[in-house]
Design a protein around this ligand. Structure first.
Ligand code: CTP
Length: 439
C-alpha cells in the first residue's frame, strides 16, 4: 500500500498503547479509501502491540516513534504538526489524555500532540473503571473545553473481561467522524463543538408499532438536506441558584437529538446546542454543550450566523436567578425561601426576528389550548412553523419515545397520530418550510 497521489487531506494518526491498536490499522485504511494521506506517530507502548513495519507498509511513510532517530528530519514533531489537516488519536489511552490535559510532552507522540495546531480527535479506549475514574473524566472535560473532539467510546465486553463503557468506537464511526470534521472545518479557524457524534441514527422503520399503523414509514435514505446547515437546540437548561442548586425542567433532549440524527442522516450539517442530558451525540452531528439559558442563547446565535435553519426544541428556562450565590446557601441563615428571578432572552423569538429568508422552527409544549397557544407563539416569535405537542398525554410527554404532534404554520394546522420519535423527526423535516430540497 502506498500514499495517495493527490490526497484530499493529510491526517496524522497518533497511535497509543492499548489492545485496540490493531483497529488503528483499519482506521488508516478507511482514511486512505477516502483519499487521505496518513502519517503515523506511535508511542513506544503502541509498538509492543503492532510493530512499525505494519504501519509503514500501510501508510507508505516512515513511522515516527522517537524525536531523535529520523534520518534527515531533525524535528519530526513539528513536521507532522505542520502537515496535518487533522490529528486522530486511535486508540487514546487514559495516559495520553492525561498528558494532553496537562501539556506533558515526554515522547514523540505527546510532543507532536502539543505542537498540533489543527483539530484533534480522540477515540478513547480503556477499561471501564479507568474511563470512569474522576481523573480521566476531569481530563476529558478539560480537553473538550479546549476544543478537542471526542469520538465517544461505546459500552460492551472489554478486552479485560469487564463489561461497560470504554470500548473503542467502531472503525466506521471513527473514520466518518474524522471525515465529517475535515469537511466541516477545513479552511476555517474556529471550531464550535466539543463532541462529534458516532451514535448511529435510529432507524425510522425499526420502531413502528401497531398503534402507528397507517403512518407512512420511510424505507429509503434520502439526502434532501445535503449541504444545508441546521442549528438544533435540545434538552433543558439549568439556572444556578448557588453552586449546588439550580432550576431545571423535565426535558430529556430526546426530541432534539432525534431530529439532529435524522437531519444528519439526510445530509445536513447539524450543530446541536445541547443543555445537560444523558444522551449520546448522534453520528456526524457537531454538539455544543451548554448549561444555562444564557449560554444556550450565545451558542445558538453564533451557530445560526451561517446556518440555513434553526429548530428550537429545547425547553429553555424562562426565568433565571437574578443573583446566583457563589457559595452554597445555608437554609437557616440565608434567603432560600425567596429567589429573585429575571427573565431570560427568548432565543426562538430573537432568531425569528433576525432570520431574513432563513427558516426558524419552534416548539410549543402545552397542557391545554394546544393549537391556540402554538398559533400565538408562531406569530409572537416570527417562526415559520411551530411543532405543537400535548405534554399532558403519556404518549407525548417529556421523556416518552413517542409524540403526538401538530404542525402549525401560517397556512394552517396539520395534526398527526402518535408516532415513534424517529418518525416525528422525519415528519418535521419533511415539512420544513422554505428549505429547498437537493438530491
Ligand atoms: N424558547 C426559546 N428561548 C426561551 C424560551 C423558549 O428559544 N428563553 C423556545 C423554545 O425552544 C420553544 C418555544 O420557544 O421552541 C416555546 O417554548 P415554550 O416553553 O413552549 O413557551 P414559552 O415561550 O416559554 O411560553 P410559555 O412558557 O408561557 O408557554
Amino acid at each position: 500500500m502506498s500514499a495517495p497521489q493527490n490526497p484530499s487531506y493529510t491526517v496524522v494518526l497518533a497511535v497509543t498503547g492499548g489492545i485496540a491498536v490493531y483497529k488503528a490499522c483499519e482506521v488508516l485504511r478507511g482514511l486512505q479509501k477516502a483519499n487521505c494521506d496518513v502519517w503515523v506517530v506511535m508511542s513506544e507502548d503502541a509498538t509492543r502491540f503492532v510493530g512499525t513495519p505494519t504501519f509503514e507498509a500501510l501508510s507508505g511513510h516512515p513511522v515516527v516513534t522517537s524525536l531523535y532517530d529520523m534520518p534527515g528530519d531533525p524535528i519530526p514533531h513539528i513536521d507532522l504538526a505542520d502537515r496535518a489537516d487533522l490529528c486522530l488519536v486511535v486508540p487514546a489511552t487514559a495516559n495520553v489524555m492525561a498528558k494532553m490535559a496537562h501539556g506533558i510532552a515526554d515522547d514523540a507522540l505527546s510532543t507532536t500532540l502539543l505542537a498540533m495546531h489543527s483539530p484533534v480527535v480522540l477515540a478513547p479506549a480503556m477499561n471501564v473503571h479507568m474511563w470512569q475514574n474522576p481523573a480521566t473524566q476531569a481530563n476529558l472535560a478539560t480537553l473538550r473545553s479546549r476544543g478537542v473532539y471526542i469520538v465517544d467510546p461505546t459500552s460492551g465486553l472489554l478486552a479485560c473481561g469487564d463489561v461497560g463503557e470504554g470500548k473503542l468506537a467502531t472503525v466506521d464511526d471513527i473514520v466518518s467522524s474524522a471525515l465529517h470534521l475535515l469537511n466541516e472545518t477545513k479552511g476555517t479557524e474556529h471550531f464550535v463543538s466539543e463532541t462529534i457524534g458516532t451514535e448511529p441514527p435510529a432507524d425510522p422503520t425499526a420502531t413502528v408499532t401497531p398503534s402507528c399503523a397507517g403512518i407512512p414509514t420511510q424505507t429509503a435514505p434520502v439526502h434532501d438536506l445535503a449541504g444545508r446547515r441546521i442549528v438544533i437546540t435540545a434538552g433543558p437548561t439549568h439556572e444556578a441558584i448557588d453552586p449546588v442548586r439550580y432550576i431545571a425542567n423535565a426535558s430529556t433532549g430526546k426530541m432534539g437529538y432525534t431530529i439532529a440524527a435524522e437531519a444528519a442522516r439526510r445530509g445536513a450539517k447539524v450543530t446541536l446546542v445541547s443543555g445537560p442530558t444523558a444522551l449520546r451525540t448522534p453520528a456526524g452531528v457537531l454538539r455544543v454543550d451548554v448549561v444555562s439559558a444564557a449560554q444556550m442563547h450565545d451558542a445558538t446565535v453564533a451557530a445560526f450566523a451561517d446556518a440555513d435553519c434553526a429548530i428550537c426544541s429545547a425547553a429553555v428556562a424562562d426565568y433565571t436567578p437574578a443573583h446566583p450565590a457563589d457559595h452554597k446557601l445555608k437554609k437557616n441563615r440565608e434567603h432560600l425561601d425567596t429567589i429573585e428571578l429575571v427573565e431570560t432572552t427568548d432565543i426562538l423569538a430573537e432568531l425569528g426576528s433576525t432570520k431574513g429568508a432563513r427558516t426558524v422552527v419552534g416548539f410549543a409544549a402545552e397542557t391545554n389550548d394546544l393549537i391556540a397557544n402554538a398559533q400565538s407563539k408562531l406569530v409572537l416569535k416570527h417562526a415559520d412553523m411551530i411543532v405543537a405537542n400535548d405534554v399532558s398525554r403519556k404518549d407525548s410527554t417529556f421523556g416518552a419515545d413517542t409524540s403526538r404532534i401538530a404542525l402549525v404554520t401560517s397556512e394552517g394546522v396539520e395534526q398527526f397520530e402518535t408516532m415513534p420519535l424517529p418518525q416525528v423527526a422525519a415528519t418535521i423535516l419533511d415539512h420544513l418550510p422554505r428549505m429547498r430540497r437537493r438530491g
